[in-house]
Design a protein around this ligand. Structure first.
Ligand code: NAP
Length: 310
């Protein structure tokens, strides 16, 4: 049974914009609350160079910086944060939930906010796994500088792929964008920026078949879907941005999730399990942005407060 320092009204899992906003509201409501994060604070935006569409920053804002600002604001009101909490398990108890941590801490809470976000979807082609960290990357901010003056490829046509391709031109001599259709999915304003960048070359209607290389990436085998022709594109790095998957495993036995693993919860963030609320990218929703994540975080905290008060 959890000792008194590990008994809380509310446990928030995830330290991205949704979790930190929930923490800010919960701390201001004077709930006994702790936020658990498995890695660095800030979530997915912490690995984004510039966030251009979060209101209040007319020149855009660095992703890691915005995460730090969210954290500082929540801590100012007394939010307790515990980082590097991997391998969490959640069990339902008669009067709440037991959260077991890998370090053997056991936390008991009356209510739980799941703000675990989403992770990158792998492509699932040969060479992707074996060359991960040796030229295959899912994080331009982390790895871009390794490719100074080199030729690299970005796979995908959404906001992530195109924004990161633009960012990578700061380092690389040339960035190929390999996209399976002849139209991008990214926002128009992002597309315009990419089309105006002389270092970016688009391979339209192409798919990657395999990433090749002995110890490091030396190329990517691509296929032109219009001609069926295959060729080897010589690149030393491959950045993969083909969508996101929900990080809901931690509660998927307790709450309803959809076919993609996103937690089913409405605008009130209430899940199918009373006392568990889902906020941010992990929730089934039409738009995944910082702006929508923070709205969820605020709602989830207030709903959790009402739930705790009965
Ligand atoms: P996304 O919007 O789902 O785009 C994924 C891209 O990968 C699509 O272009 C898709 O092609 C392509 N793709 C998927 N599976 C593929 C496969 N097996 N082989 C080749 N290509 C494949 O994912 P995202 O760009 O990571 O964005 C995820 C969410 O975060 C979105 O809601 C996005 O708006 C949001 N986001 C927003 C911002 C921003 O607002 N600044 C920045 C980043 C992300 P098709 O187009 O043909 O389907």
């Amino acid at each position: 049974m959890a000792d008194s320092k590990n008994r809380f009204d509310l446990v928030i899992i995830g330290g991205g914009p949704a979790g930190l906003t929930a923490g800010l509201y919960a701390a201001r409501a004077r709930l006994q609350c702790v936020l658990l994060e498995k890695m660095i604070m800030g979530g997915q935006i912490a690995t984004t160079d510039i966030v251009d569409n979060y209101p209040g920053f007319p020149e855009g804002v660095n992703g890691a910086q915005i995460g730090t600002l969210f954290e500082a604001q929540a801590k100012r009101f007394g939010l307790e944060v515990r980082q590097f909490q991997e391998g969490l398990k959640v069990e339902r108890r008669e009067d709440g939930f037991l959260v077991s941590c890998a370090n053997r801490d056991e936390l008991f809470c009356k209510s739980l906010i799941v703000a675990t976000g989403s992770g990158w979807t792998p492509l699932g082609i040969p060479g992707e796994d074996s060359l991960k960290g040796a030229g295959v990357s899912y994080c331009a901010t982390c790895d871009g500088a390794f490719f100074r003056d080199q030729e690299i490829a970005v796979i995908g046509g959404g906001n992530s792929a195109i924004e990161e391709a633009i960012f990578l031109t700061k380092f690389a001599r040339k960035v190929y964008v390999i996209h399976r259709r002849d139209q991008l999915r990214a926002e128009k304003v992002v597309q315009e920026k990419a089309f105006a960048n002389p270092k970016i070359e688009f391979l339209w209607s192409h798919i990657p078949l395999a990433i090749v290389g002995e110890k490091e990436v030396s190329g990517v085998q691509v296929k032109d879907l219009k001609t069926d022709q295959e060729r080897l594109l010589a690149v030393s790095g491959v950045f993969i941005y083909v969508g996101m998957k929900a990080e809901s495993d931690i509660v998927k036995e307790l709450v309803k999730v959809d076919a993609q693993g996103y937690i089913e919860a409405g605008e009130d963030t209430a899940t199918s399990c009373p006392g568990i609320f889902a906020a941010g990218d992990v929730r089934q929703k039409p738009l995944r942005q910082v702006a929508t994540a923070i709205a969820d975080g605020a709602t989830a905290a207030i709903m959790a407060e009402k739930y705790i008060e009965g």
